[in-house]
Design a protein around this ligand. Structure first.
Ligand SMILES: Cc1cc2nc3c(=O)[nH]c(=O)nc-3n(C[C@H](O)[C@H](O)[C@H](O)COP(=O)(O)OP(=O)(O)OC[C@H]3O[C@@H](n4cnc5c(N)ncnc54)[C@H](O)[C@@H]3O)c2cc1C
Length: 552
């Protein structure tokens, strides 16, 4: 923890040095003594301390200074550090002004210059100021700070991104005094939210995910331009491939468009993954896997969206959204699936402002004592209901089908049935989401009874199945009508190899219609949609990559 600051502001260099010397002698061990030669400079120092998350215990300002006098300085300093204790230093002639200041700007004390001996005339006052500050105090905040609006979609996306990457941060609403202070310290207004302040005090207004990732120390740029293996997608399949690829000595880079973990990273508790009898949260699992991959020297890049795949000579080239490219001997596509959008009036407009795709674990505490609606009848929706019922007044699971039995695991159905504040409405669909600034109500249609109802709602979480987003592979590898990638035996029609196939062997089990390109996990046609199978396919794909490379 850094030491709290004591700031003295005086335009007279000799006096300023004397004050700092006296302060340092008695308080220098525990406090950082800082000098400024004008009110403007003092305020700059304070803004910097605020952005770094530091604390200010005491402000001592000379009354008579050009441009900004001590009272004006203390008044503005209070906006940044309201808990810092304040004293005005005056010459005898200015005593009256000092007394006025005590009444006008809530100055705690005034000190008459000179104050020799300090033991009698200076330290007792400063001791009193420090005592008052210690009683009220300020906490030091060393982590990333985010200032935003609760119902602002960009603020939500940013928090979700940090949470998924397990980056600790402290959230400040722009409506709270401390949020406003941080905006002031960064010199920006409300239109700049979300504002991110890095632990070293750097403010970033409405940053992109890549800017945030780089600022908090996540890798976003590759170290080399040619690799043995490029893995696209950082879900369980991609992470599995990265661990096995790197541990077997392949120069491996994993490229993830958002945060590692994929769908699994959204799961509040995975209970059926081997080796975790008490369950494990998806973020924990993803974080362990990422560290394991990095330990074996795989590069893990986040916020990099792959938008194209092509062949150049013997190499495979992936291209990114920003126009840059990366090449490798082999590529594993592990891009999984993404949530299908819920189509109903109002849903798109309120997404990120009460309507969320996935479990949005960051929203848990915000759901306290509210009515939460979850759309979907599969395990992911069931898990989310179990997660949110710990916070919410009520959780309603909206299921289109007429029972859960066909879509959800037995153990989850049992758990849901045992919890009082969870209601399951089968045969029900969302007709509309309503709200001005944020979600306020949902209209549901009960197909069994043939009626509709509008209920108050603050949160609607959508889990309605998923689809692969593989449009970027158009013309590159062969896919089924829904976009899932064909591999191995699925590519052989009537025993015939795929068009353009130039090897005198069949495609390996997880190989795509182009030699050297493999697919693993949920993105693969006919795959088992589970964490364990995705991890297993990632590992198996690496073994096939090795076989492919040996034959080259
Ligand atoms: C809420 C929830 C709970 C679940 N619970 C369980 C459970 O308890 N047990 C279980 O076995 N399974 C569970 N599943 C299913 C399991 O999570 C998936 O089967 C598994 O995550 C699939 O892994 P994957 O790596 O193939 O794909 P994904 O997990 O979908 O990961 C794909 C990754 O690729 C990235 N990506 C996509 N396109 C690109 C691109 N163009 N460029 C760069 N990156 C890209 C995505 O951002 C994503 O991170 C759950 C799923 C959900 C949604």
């Amino acid at each position: 923890m850094g030491r709290p600051a004591m700031l003295t502001v005086d335009d007279d260099a000799a006096v300023s040095r004397a004050v700092a010397r006296d302060l340092r002698r008695r308080y220098g061990q525990e406090y950082q003594i800082i000098r400024a030669s004008s009110g403007t400079e003092g305020l700059e120092v304070l803004r910097d301390i605020k952005l770094r998350g530091g604390r200010v215990a005491v402000l001592l300002a000379d009354y008579r200074m050009p441009q900004m006098n001590g009272i004006e300085f203390l008044e503005q300093a209070m906006d940044l550090f309201p808990n810092a204790r304040r004293a005005l230093m005056t010459a005898y002639a200015d005593t009256e002004a000092a007394i006025d200041a005590i009444n006008v700007v809530d100055v705690d004390h005034y000190l008459l210059k000179p104050w020799d001996p300090p033991e009698e005339k200076f330290y007792p006052v400063v001791d009193e100021l420090l005592g008052a500050w210690q009683a009220a105090g300020d906490r030091e905040v060393e982590e990333v700070k985010v200032v935003g609006h609760r119902w602002n979609a960009a603020s939500y996306k940013l928090r979700d991104f940090l949470a998924q990457n397990l980056v600790p941060y402290r959230w400040y609403s722009a409506d709270e005094p401390e949020g406003r202070r941080l905006l002031d310290a960064a010199g920006v207004g409300l239109q700049a939210v979300p504002l991110v302040v890095t632990p070293d005090g750097r403010p970033l207004s409405s940053p992109t995910a890549t800017e945030v990732a780089a600022a908090v120390g996540l890798s976003t740029a590759p170290v080399r331009d040619f690799y043995d293996l490029i893995i696209v997608g950082g879900g369980p399949a991609g992470l599995g491939a990265a661990v096995y690829g790197a541990s077997e000595g392949l120069h491996t880079v994993l490229v993830e468009r958002r945060a590692v973990g994929g769908q699994a990273g959204q799961s509040s508790r995975i209970e059926n993954y081997l080796g975790f009898p008490d369950g494990v949260s998806g973020t924990q699992l993803a974080d362990r896997a990422r560290r394991q991959a990095v330990k074996f020297e795989a590069e893990v890049l986040t916020t990099r969206d792959v938008v194209g795949l092509s062949a150049h000579g013997g190499a495979h080239v992936v291209s990114f959204g920003d126009g840059t490219e990366l090449s490798a001997h082999a590529v594993i596509i592990a891009t999984g699936v993404s949530y299908r959008p819920l189509v109903a009036p109002g849903v798109a407009e309120l997404t990120g402002r009460g309507v969320y795709y996935g479990s949005a674990a960051t929203e848990g505490p915000a759901c306290a004592d509210t009515d939460v609606f979850i759309v979907g009848g599969a395990n992911s929706a069931g898990q989310a209901a179990l997660f949110f019922c710990r916070y919410a007044r009520s959780v309603t699971l909206i299921v289109r089908g007429d029972s859960l039995e066909r879509s959800m695991s037995y153990y989850l159905i049992q758990q849901l049935a045992a919890i009082d504040n969870i209601e399951v409405r089968t045969g029900t669909e969302v007709m509309e989401a309503r709200g001005e600034e944020h979600l306020e109500a949902v209209t549901l249609c009960d197909s069994k009874r043939g009626n509709s109802m509008t209920l108050p709602a603050e949160h609607l979480f959508v889990f309605i199945g998923a689809e692969p987003r593989t449009e970027w592979l158009d013309g590159a590898v062969s896919r089924d009508s829904r976009g899932f990638i064909y591999t191995g035996p699925d590519l052989l029609t009537g025993g015939r190899r795929p068009t353009g196939w130039d090897r005198d062997r069949d495609p390996y089990y997880l190989e795509c219609s182009v030699p050297g390109i493999f697919a693993a996990g949920d993105v693969r046609a006919n795959s088992v949609k589970r964490v364990a199978s995705a991890v297993g396919e990632g590992a198996m794909a690496v073994s096939l990559v090795n076989t492919y490379l040996e034959a080259q």
